[in-house]
Design a protein around this ligand. Structure first.
Ligand SMILES: Nc1ncnc2c1ncn2[C@@H]1O[C@H](COP(=O)(O)OP(=O)(O)OP(=O)(O)O)[C@@H](O)[C@H]1O
Ligand SMILES: [Mg+2]
Length: 227
């Protein structure tokens, strides 16, 4: 067992390496997140927040550096093992919710549980409980296009929480919402995360929201610095 949920060490990432228009995004970023911690990630647009979260969430690989989840080094693991860890241990809320449009809200939360081996009935019950906790269960049988932006984002949280991950990564989860809805969605998110004791890294442009987290890290010149 490890008391560190996520460790990033010396993460480097450059797009179009060696080509004209090369973009050096991460230049040796380090991060340690422990159970129960909620960390805000702030930086201007284009600084590399999504890039960093995708690497931490095993959706992308760094050019150099190490990613460890619960003490297990992910470098050099097979795609199959990485996918299994991602599915079981990491919940990801995308910048744009990325719900599957042809499935209902409920099905969007049930599917990752089935992929993780949870029986259908149990998965449905858990999905309904999660939706209840963020007040969207009345929209369970509607497709994403029939939900408001705030409801879609709350369903996306429920999907990220579906397998009870150790680590929640959320990429500007309230970026597209008005401030009242953003406050409400964020409040629901924080309550859920606090109740489970999981660790979370949440990218946001909103410094008031960042102030409600345990600490804030700023991504600056490809490095992470404490605020
Ligand atoms: N797949 C890609 N190919 C080439 N360049 C990319 C790619 N993804 C991101 N970039 C570039 O890398 C930099 C960091 O992008 P990233 O999306 O991580 O920023 P961000 O901090 O999340 O911005 P925002 O706040 O606008 O979401 C930007 O300059 C972007 O144009
Ligand atoms: Mg982004």
């Amino acid at each position: 067992m490890s008391d560190v949920i996520l460790r990033l060490e010396g993460i480097e990432k450059t797009y179009f390496k060696g080509l004209p228009g090369e973009v050096q995004v991460l230049r040796g970023a380090d991060l340690t997140v422990r159970p129960g911690e909620i960390v805000a990630l702030v930086a201007p647009s284009g600084a590399g927040k999504s890039t960093l979260l995708h690497i931490a969430g095993l959706l992308d690989t760094p050019d150099a550096g190490r990613v460890a989840i619960s003490g297990t080094d992910m470098t050099g693991l097979s795609d199959r093992r990485r996918t299994a860890v991602r599915c079981a241990d990491v919940g990801f809320v995308y910048q744009f919710h990325h719900l599957l449009p042809e499935f209902s809200a409920l099905e969007n939360i049930v599917l990752p549980q089935l992929a993780n081996g949870t029986p259908g009935k149990t998965a449905e019950q858990r999905a309904m409980t999660l939706m209840d906790s963020v007040a969207v269960s009345d929209r369970a049988h509607h497709r994403p296009a029939e939900l408001s932006g705030g409801q879609q984002q709350r369903v996306a949280f429920c999907r990220a929480m579906a397998n009870n991950p150790k680590l929640l990564l959320a990429d500007e989860p309230t970026g597209n919402l008005d401030s009242a809805t953003s406050d409400q969605v964020f409040g629901a998110l924080i309550a859920l995360v606090r109740a489970t004791g999981m660790a979370a890294v949440i990218a946001t442009h909103n410094l008031d929201l960042a102030a409600r987290m345990d600490r804030t890290l700023r991504l600056d010149q490809g490095l992470l610095r404490a605020e």
